[in-house]
Design a protein around this ligand. Structure first.
Ligand SMILES: Cc1cc2nc3c(=O)[nH]c(=O)nc-3n(C[C@H](O)[C@H](O)[C@H](O)COP(=O)(O)O)c2cc1C
Length: 185
């Protein structure tokens, strides 16, 4: 694959250098090894306001809110692969990630079609079942938007900030998933 094929990682955790960022970064490292150019966006560092539910976007073709979502959507459009990361908060995604996801309603459907996507989800609970509602939500969203969901990397038992960075098996899986993502672009 050619270097100009871009992969964007988007982390929805407010905890810097925590498990979500580590997981997303490791997937990006695998994609980079396989020849993709990569970048990481941390939603907590951006101004992405919640959807107002006004549906003005369906009339004027864009959101009436002028914030960092505009630039992020443009970068997403230029990136063939997306690595979406969120910690599990109360069986769902973080507030930062949900605000970002809700704003997809204002983005052209063409951006999503056939987009290759990988999920990265750490959780404090010791079983992958803690992520089941979140994974199911994403699967329905991806199917609705005709996206190409390639893989999901889950990291249970990850309350400690360094839990993912100390797990060689999860890191190995993340790197492999990143390589496979880049090879499919
Ligand atoms: C507000 C809040 C709610 C949480 N809810 C859950 C939960 O429902 N299930 C779970 O397994 N872990 C839960 N956790 C633990 C986080 O998913 C876990 O610590 C995760 O690894 C954090 O990722 P980070 O290091 O990237 O911030 C919660 C943590 C917080 C702060």
């Amino acid at each position: 694959m050619r270097r100009e094929h871009r992969v964007i990682g988007i982390s929805g955790s407010p905890r810097s250098n925590g498990n979500t960022e580590t997981l997303v970064n490791e997937i990006l490292a695998g994609a980079n090894e396989a020849g993709a150019s990569t970048s990481l966006v941390v939603l907590h560092d951006l101004d992405i306001r919640p959807c107002k539910g006004c549906f003005a976007c369906s009339k004027v073709g864009k959101c009436i809110q002028d914030d960092d979502m505009n630039e992020l959507a443009a970068t997403m459009q230029q990136s063939l692969g997306w690595v979406l990361g969120t910690p599990i908060y109360w069986w769902g995604p973080s507030a930062q990630f949900k605000a970002f996801l809700d704003r997809w309603v204002s983005i052209s459907r063409a951006i999503f079609r056939n987009r290759k996507v990988v999920l990265a989800i750490p959780m404090g609970g010791g079983s992958e079942r803690y992520a089941r509602h979140t994974v199911a939500m994403f699967e329905d969203v991806f199917s609705y938007l005709n996206m190409d969901h390639l893989a999901t990397v889950l990291a249970p038992g990850s309350d400690d900030r360094s839990a993912v960075s100390s797990s060689s098996s999860i890191l190995a899986k993340a790197r492999q998933v990143g390589k496979e993502l880049a090879e499919k672009l």
